[in-house]
Design a protein around this ligand. Structure first.
Ligand SMILES: [Zn+2]
Length: 187
């Protein structure tokens, strides 16, 4: 025998065979999801319970920040698809473009100044082609032995070949220290 339910979504009255009581379904009229629950002591027409659709939220794609967009623009990125650019992709693109730029653009004044401070001579400085090369040199470059170190090593009796093989100031300093120690123990 049919029972009457009121749809909680559209307020329409539904006639449902009583064997469906307790089931879940959709309102024939509005398609809203309902549960045909009959509370104790309820009188017909019963009010069906609404079922709230729980939709798993899509993983949030955070849009690129204004600063990222500006940076990409400054790096000469094409404007296409900028509206849909998310933060992750934006930062990948920035890294790529920066690497590209650093290989093609000349070294900055700051880099050159820094390398000069590290003791690099003008001829070597002038030979630096790119930003990338300069930053590599900043990481790895060691200043060559100073004139004074070389003179001192000559006085300590270090041969010209050995002096010429010294690649850095710290190497020269170590050798000086070693020779002085040897000299002291020799007396
Ligand atoms: Zn309905």
């Amino acid at each position: 025998m049919p029972v009457q339910f009121i749809c909680p979504h559209c307020s329409d009255t539904l006639r449902v065979p009583d064997r469906h009581i307790g089931e879940r379904g959709r309102c024939k009229k509005c398609g809203g999801r309902i549960a045909l629950v009959v509370p104790p002591e309820a009188v017909e027409p019963y009010t069906a319970s609404p079922i709230v659709e729980t939709v798993a939220p899509a993983p949030e794609a955070r849009p690129a920040t204004e600063a990222q967009r500006q940076y990409l623009h400054d790096l000469g990125a094409p404007v296409t698809a900028e509206a849909t650019l998310d933060r992750e992709r934006a930062s990948e693109q920035i890294d790529d473009l920066k690497r590209q730029r650093d290989r093609t653009e000349g070294p900055t004044k700051r880099q050159i100044d820094w390398l000069r401070q590290l003791g690099m001579d003008e001829a070597r400085l002038a030979a630096i082609q790119s930003k990338a090369e300069a930053s590599e040199l900043i990481d790895t470059w060691e200043p060559p032995p100073t004139e004074n170190q070389l003179k001192y090593l000559t006085r300590l009796g270090v041969s010209e070949t050995e002096r010429a093989s010294l690649r850095s100031r710290s190497e020269a300093a170590n050798l000086i220290e070693l020779r002085l120690r040897d000299g002291q123990s020799g007396y």
